[in-house]
Design a protein around this ligand. Structure first.
Ligand SMILES: [Zn+2]
Length: 244
């Protein structure tokens, strides 16, 4: 009932006004104008990591903090819309050049302890929004070139979500608190594993995988996750993040 939804949203907007965290304009948590003025990530990363925005830009820093620690979950949708565009752009090339098709989407996991404290995993929220966007696109596909159907899975989607395969059994020191890359790697090594390996191995074997995280700094976390997935037989692993 879209009409009722619109009324409900208007009422909610009066009771709980939504404003852009950067410029304050009403109606959205981060407005299109502020996002379009955000510098893209241009500092060097590993070739398989695709970050969207420059983390040093204060509104992005603030938005990611609010998404992660302050329960502003709607920001996941805004970021997912932009990451989705970037995934489609990169896949159009990777599909042809590297046969990167029918991918599975895996969020970088939190430890159970941190998940309990926070109540949600921000990377998983972004993944869930990506799936919703993908479903909408699939139902009313944009006039895309024929080649796109090639990288869609059985259900017609570009990717499917697998939230519970990659796990982080134990808590590690916050990567952000460690400045040095070698120390960051040491901190994260061995921290990921595959849940129910015997059952889930088949889902990973020979599959193309897209890792999703909110921020990458040195790439240590993503590299460690990639290592475990490759060890378990994954074909190719790439990663998308909101910021670098
Ligand atoms: Zn704004």
């Amino acid at each position: 009932m879209p009409f009722l939804n619109t009324i409900l949203n208007s009422i909610l907007n009066v009771i709980f006004p939504v404003n852009c965290i950067s410029c304050g304009i009403g109606g959205t948590d981060l407005c299109v104008k502020c996002l379009s003025e955000t510098p893209l990530a241009e500092r060097e990363t590993a070739k398989w990591i695709f970050p969207l925005y420059d983390y040093r830009h204060p509104p992005i820093k603030k938005a990611l903090w609010l998404l992660k620690y302050s329960g502003k979950k709607r920001l996941a949708r805004i970021f997912a819309e932009n990451i989705h565009g970037k995934i489609i752009e990169e896949l159009s090339e990777l599909s042809v050049m590297e046969n990167f098709n029918d991918a599975i989407l895996i969020p970088i996991p939190l430890s159970p302890k941190r998940h309990r404290e926070r109540g949600y995993n921000q990377a998983e929220l972004i993944c869930k929004e990506l799936i919703k966007i993908e479903k909408i696109n699939h139902l009313s596909p944009p006039s895309a070139p024929l080649s796109i159907s090639k990288w869609r899975g059985v259900g017609g989607e570009v990717f499917t979500l697998r939230s519970n395969i990659l796990i982080k059994p134990n808590e590690t020191e916050h990567q952000a608190r460690i400045k040095n890359r070698a120390e960051r790697l040491k901190n994260i090594v061995g921290s990921f594993s595959i849940k129910n390996y015997q059952q889930n191995e088949e889902m990973i074997k020979k599959r193309n995988i897209i890792l999703i995280d909110d921020i990458t700094t040195t790439g240590a976390t993503l590299s460690e996750a990639k290592k475990i997935l490759k060890k378990s037989g994954a074909r190719k692993v790439i990663a998308f993040t909101v910021a670098h």
